[in-house]
Design a binder for this molecule. Structure first.
Ligand code: NOJ
Length: 587
């Protein structure tokens, strides 16, 4: 057994290959950090709640509805960008890093939000977008005019000339949303780099003045009292200085498709990690007494090794997208076990795990796993050790909503053209929150909202679910309640493949009641002898909660040799009495 300051892990890398055979035990010691077991709720401000009837959500809408976060038992929130923006990439094209877009409110509104959230016990993280600004940002406007020091704030390069004298970009790089990553600027007589849309020029982190400027942006929000940052696409921030061509991936012949190249020179450069280290130092200036660590949560879609490396450079945690990218409705218990065990085993010593349910860039969990299975998956993530990250609407099971080409807003969808729009657009994951059965689902008094409201909102909304005897929201709430038990906060974790369709975890803490969650991925009710695979499971268990069968007798005692798990459902059991802590033996 290897001792860690925050964790003791029994099976490390060497045992990764045995994951399928054994019950992996991850022993979680109770942590002192304020955020070690937090539930972090992502608000997509445009779609959360509109207070002024313009059809777009705003800060006042959030302020007036913080109670929902409390009722959802979350402890912190992060908001997608609320800064001034032309809205080309829905706010991820920022024209002023230290202001609030009038669409959402004012800096005063922001201060009120922060104060009210803090009084309510909620921490607030800003979305910080360092890779690029809007082309409407004053810095870019000055850079175009070659005014020092702004002339060096962006990545400018001369083009090349093809035979015949036609000008061409400096290299073959492709933007994430498709098309060349370079756009010619007549005034500056040079190309500028943009890894996303042409309206999102990449900032030049090789220039010290720019790095300092960005640090001042962080300070601006820290001085206002924010509790940390969710940092956007950190692994895109540096590109190789030589600007050499990226190798072809062989996956597509379309040179305008992002998948055309292996992005070895525009992503995951070593300098990204060094920047994270510097930002950690800055954040720690605000935690001199060690009382209130400021969070640095990183978004980086990359492989597991490069992801884990961010922990070592001072990230509170890099997002764990395993349940988004690597698992879906077709995954087996062994797949799920692997994804959980791998993260726990690979995470560097003393760090905190995290589990992302969804976000504004990904299909909603109810649509990825199916409405029924998704609830079991949410329960699973609520009961795993570490931080839970959820996306507004997932607590009531909002699925993707149809958005037509004409209604589309997302540049990733619009760039794909009418034919490709549906497959590429992220709009369906971003439609308004469904509060109640009134106009626009109570999101806005305006019947015309920036993206369409789900037409099923009369029956699928928070109010209906709160009033129903049983509902997805009530299920979510009771599991979130269980998450606050000491066992769920700091108990040891065990993961089990019980059978072809049955997956289970247990959480065990000495002197406390144990928790077992059993998930059925199959389409038939299963009667399982849990004692076959779960060593030391007591003969009798209490049904805490379940999903997939409304007749489950909550609170009644069952025999662990015949646990009934509904099709596509899940059951959570707790032990009747205090469990004695036992030494873990590998099966
Ligand atoms: C990541 C954000 O999550 C996504 O919505 C955005 O389009 C890109 N960064 C570019 O800023």
């Amino acid at each position: 057994m290897i001792e860690r300051s925050g964790l003791r892990v029994i099976n490390m890398r060497a045992l990764l290959s045995f994951f399928m055979l054994i019950a992996v035990a991850v022993v979680v010691k109770s942590e002192e950090k304020w955020w070690s077991a937090m539930s972090l709720y992502q608000i997509y401000p445009r779609s959360f709640k509109d207070s002024n009837g313009d059809g777009i959500g705003d800060l006042k809408g959030i302020i007036d509805n913080l109670d929902h976060l409390v009722e959802s038992k979350v402890t912190a929130m992060w908001m997608s960008p609320i800064y001034p923006s032309p809205g080309v990439d829905m706010g991820y094209d920022i024209s002023n890093f230290i202001e609030i877009d009038p669409l959402f409110g004012t800096l005063e509104d922001f201060d009120i939000l922060l104060e009210k959230a803090h009084k309510t016990g909620l921490k607030v993280l800003m979305d910080f977008v360092p890779n690029h600004s809007s082309d409407q940002h004053e810095w870019f406007q000055k850079s175009v005019k070659d005014i020092p020091p702004y002339n060096n704030y962006y990545v400018w390069a001369n083009g090349t000339f093809k035979a015949g004298g036609t000008r061409a970009p400096p290299n073959n790089w492709v933007s994430v949303f498709g098309g060349p990553a370079w756009t010619w600027n007549d005034q500056r007589q040079a190309y500028y780099l943009h890894q996303f849309t042409p309206q999102q020029p990449d900032l030049n982190y090789r220039y010290e003045n720019l790095r300092d400027e960005i640090k001042n942006v962080l300070r601006f929000w820290l001085d206002r009292g924010v509790d940390g940052f969710r940092i956007d696409v950190i692994n895109h921030v540096f590109e190789i200085q030589s600007l050499q061509d990226e190798p072809l991936s062989g996956n597509t012949n379309d040179p305008n498709n992002y998948g055309y190249l292996n992005h070895i020179y525009t992503k995951d450069q070593p300098e990204c990690y060094e920047l994270v280290r510097q930002w950690r130092e800055l954040l720690d200036e605000y935690n001199k007494d060690g009382e209130h660590e400021r969070l640095m949560v990183l978004e980086a879609y990359t492989d597991i090794n490069l992801t884990m490396k961010y922990y070592k450079f001072g990230a509170s945690f890099p997002f764990n997208f395993g349940f988004i990218q690597r698992l879906n409705a077709d995954s087996s218990p062994a797949d799920v076990k692997f994804v959980i065990d791998e993260w726990m085993a690979r995470m560097p010593d003393g760090n905190t795990a995290n589990w992302v349910i969804g976000n504004h860039d990904q299909k909603r969990v109810a649509s990825r796993y199916g409405v029924e299975r998704a609830q079991g998956i949410i329960a699973l993530l609520l009961l795993l050790p570490g931080v839970l990250i959820m996306y507004n609407g997932d607590e009531i099971g909002m699925p993707n909503n149809y958005v037509s080409w004409e209604q589309g807003k997302d540049p990733q969808g619009c760039n794909a053209g009418r034919e490709g729009f549906e497959a590429a657009s992220r709009d369906p994951f971003r439609t308004p929150f469904l509060w109640d059965g009134t106009t626009s689902a109570g999101f806005s008094t305006n019947p015309n909202t920036w993206l369409p409201v789900n037409p099923d909102y009369k029956s699928l909304n928070l109010e209906v679910q709160k009033e129903a005897g049983d509902s997805q929201f009530k299920f979510y709430q009771t599991v979130a309640e269980l998450r606050s038990w000491p066992t769920a906060q700091s108990g040891d974790l065990y993961t089990y493949v019980i059978s072809d369709n049955i997956f289970a975890i247990s959480r065990i803490l000495g002197g406390q009641r144990s928790i077992y969650l059993v998930l059925n991925f199959g389409n038939e009710l299963r009667n399982e002898d849990l004692t076959r695979k779960i060593e030391n499971i007591p003969g009798e268990l209490i049904i805490y909660r379940g999903i997939g069968n409304s007749d489950l007798p909550y609170g009644s005692i069952i025999d662990s040799k015949s646990a009934q798990i509904p099709a596509r459902g899940a059951v959570i059991y707790v032990t009747p009495e205090m469990s004695r802590k036992f030494e873990v033996k590998l099966l």
